[in-house]
Design a protein around this ligand. Structure first.
Ligand SMILES: *Cc1c(COP(=O)(O)O)cnc(C)c1O
Ligand code: SF4
Length: 516
């Protein structure tokens, strides 16, 4: 359904009220009360993913009377409005801001954190407001990273988006742009060649999307993600853990594996926020931790951070438990090739071998990225073998030579997600300043630091702690010591009822542990 329609038509054909939805499914008439308070929109594409009533797609999109019964939640649980120096801009962390450019979305998620304003025609975001936000960014030189969000920024027309991107790009101290959007999942038709060729003018530009369930993986969403990845735009994913939707090991494993296969980096898994009207979606924190521990993480592929966004506005606090990589076995469809450098003939034969083994995902662990940089055939080979990842082993900013700075973007432009594994070495890079600089320089090259390998847990934790919060989560690698993946412990206290968390500034926050 809707496959041939363009995105504008699909949006116009959305079910925007219960009467329209009941043309497809029998729905309780009472549900109209919900839409008077919280808007609904289910576009024909997302609607076509519903296989039956109450499935994971239905629950995310169809209004439910329980949204009106939640007496616990609050409209703005993260106190975004307190951290807004100008309307529509949230400046919570030292070096980055959230800039809201649209309050509309391709589909209104029933669990949305910004339920208080998203989709409300009276709360539309005006161009003048966004320009004031951009002015603020221009005046604050400490801001190096702008996260463009909403609602969904990709509901703007191409020209409108380009207008804002152009102004942000002019600001010297802004090094990285990010777009948070759900359309790759909720309206993949929005990812047009035209849009992507516009976006690629603003590198380094990242897109974070939002998949919650394997039922959202379709031919269209795969095409959307490959179009983005092929344009050299690193693609991340933020998933919300949702009761009855994805709160199981099997579903989350399938989700992560599916993301990897679409060249999407699992970035954050969120504990649901305490937003009014969303209580029925919240899982117990302990359940999330149990699930996370049992997920299948691969040592050569990116893994997400499990976080709680601090109630009251302290930022994202990781509750990632200690875990291990799974034992990689042959035949699991992920082939790791260890190569010193990219030499055409060697690469070709290794890729053919991998193909013969039925590899679904290929990862190249690469020692030297700058050799053979001019061989166009290499880039063609890489392009023909997606999903294909390359991991580098850069340990120090001094290793980012002119050659590396030229080759990394070329690999990226061939659609290859680039990761780095850092070895912490005494006397070389065992210094928070060095690792921070390395991580930032890598992000500018569109390389994501995946893992920090350390011999000493203490040294590794000191580094990770110095990054967390002070810089983007994208710059924070997971610490690996031996065969353990370790996260700093930000949990101060945990009882059955509540969990007390400490943020990067040392402030503490409470979140209910069980949802009853
Ligand atoms: C999530 C968020 C960011 C970005 O955080 P990262 O860790 O950089 O992804 C920035 N500002 C606000 C207010 C946020 O909620
Ligand atoms: S796409 Fe994001 S902002 Fe829009 S309704 Fe869903 S969760 Fe909220």
């Amino acid at each position: 359904m809707g496959k041939e329609m363009d995105w504008g038509t699909l949006l116009r054909e959305s079910a925007a009220n219960i009467r329209q939805l009941s043309l497809y499914y029998p729905v309780e008439k009472d549900a109209a009360k919900v839409t008077r308070k919280y808007p609904m929109r289910i576009n024909p594409y997302y609607l076509s993913l519903i296989k039956e009533r109450e499935d994971a797609i239905w629950k995310q999109s169809v209004p439910d009377l329980r949204e009106l019964e939640d007496e616990e939640g609050v409209p703005d649980p993260l106190h975004e409005e307190n951290d807004s120096p100008v309307a529509g801009l949230v400046h919570r962390y030292p070096d980055r801001v959230l800039l809201l450019v649209s309050n509309r979305c391709a589909m209104y998620c029933r669990f949305c954190t910004r339920k208080r304003g998203v989709g409300d025609p009276f709360k539309r975001i005006k161009k003048e407001q966004v320009l004031k936000g951009i002015e603020y960014i221009r005046e604050h030189e400490e801001i190096r990273d702008v996260l463009i969000s909403g609602g969904d920024p990709l509901l703007l027309k191409d020209e409108e988006l380009a207008f804002f991107l152009e102004r942000l790009k002019e600001i010297k101290h802004v090094e990285v742009l990010r777009i948070g959007t759900r359309v790759a999942c909720s309206l993949p038709q929005r990812i047009t060649d035209g849009l992507v060729s516009l976006l690629r003018r603003y590198h380094p530009l990242y897109i974070n999307t939002h998949f919650n369930h394997p039922g959202e993986f379709t031919e269209e969403s795969r095409r959307a993600c490959s179009t983005i990845a092929d344009a050299g735009i690193p693609l991340g994913d933020q998933t919300v853990l949702l009761r009855g939707i994805n709160d199981s090991v099997d579903v989350m494993n399938a989700l992560i594996r599916g993301l990897w296969s679409m060249r999407v980096t699992p970035y954050y898994i969120y504990q649901a926020d305490l937003t009014k009207g969303t209580k029925h979606f919240r899982t117990d924190v302990d359940l999330g931790i149990e699930i996370f521990k049992r997920l299948k993480f691969h040592p050569s592929l990116p893994m997400p951070h499990f976080v709680i966004d601090a109630p009251g506005g302290g930022g994202k606090i990781p509750i990632t438990p200690e875990c291990r990589f799974y034992d990689v076995i042959n035949g699991d469809g992920i082939e790791v090739l260890n190569l010193d450098y990219l030499e055409y003939n060697v690469l070709k034969s290794r890729l053919e071998d991998a193909g013969d083994k039925g590899a679904g995902i290929i990862v190249i662990e690469l020692r030297e990225i700058e050799k053979n940089k001019e061989d166009k055939g290499v880039y063609e080979l890489l392009k023909q073998n997606h999903p294909l990842y390359i991991n580098m082993h850069l340990n120090h900013p001094d290793e980012l030579t002119e050659d590396v700075k030229r080759v990394a973007p070329m690999l990226c432009d061939a659609g290859v997600p680039l990761g780095d594994r850092i070895n912490l070495i005494e006397g070389v890079n065992n210094d928070p300043k060095v690792i921070k600089e390395l991580a930032h320089e890598l992000l500018k090259l569109r390389v994501k630091p995946y893992y920090l390998h350390a011999d000493s847990e203490e040294d590794g934790l000191a580094i990770v702690n110095s990054l967390r919060g002070f810089t983007t989560g994208m710059a924070v690698p997971h610490l690996v010591v031996g065969d353990r993946i370790i996260s700093p412990n930000y949990i101060v206290e945990k009882t059955r009822e509540k969990i007390v968390l400490r943020n990067y500034q040392g402030r503490t926050f409470e979140y209910p542990n069980t949802n009853s």
